[in-house]
Design a protein around this ligand. Structure first.
Ligand code: ZN
Length: 90
């Protein structure tokens, strides 16, 4: 009879905490807006005006993505500072 190895043996522990999922999502969103803008530059549009309009739209999306990302990062810092203070008190 052959015993199967437990599946958990392949599990590796990460000493560094896994990146925040919200950060990942926001970063992906930002990368996506960059990618879309680049693709637009390669695309052929019926008129230059249309192309410029689309580019502006994606630039706005990118700016929004950056703003959201920074706002979220700021929140992280506040949380870290709070956690440190709490530890000092305790
Ligand atoms: Zn985060």
């Amino acid at each position: 009879m052959v015993r199967k190895k437990p599946a958990s043996s392949t599990h590796t522990e990460h000493p560094i905490p896994v990146a925040c999922p919200t950060c990942e999502t926001l970063e992906r969103r930002y990368d996506n807006t960059i990618g879309q803008s680049r693709e637009l530059l390669e695309c052929r549009f019926q008129s230059l005006r249309e192309k410029v309009r689309e580019l502006h739209r994606w630039q706005e999306n990118r700016d929004e993505a950056i703003e959201d990302f920074y706002a979220h990062k700021r929140m992280h810092r506040i949380q870290i500072v709070k956690a440190r203070r709490a530890r000092k008190i305790a």
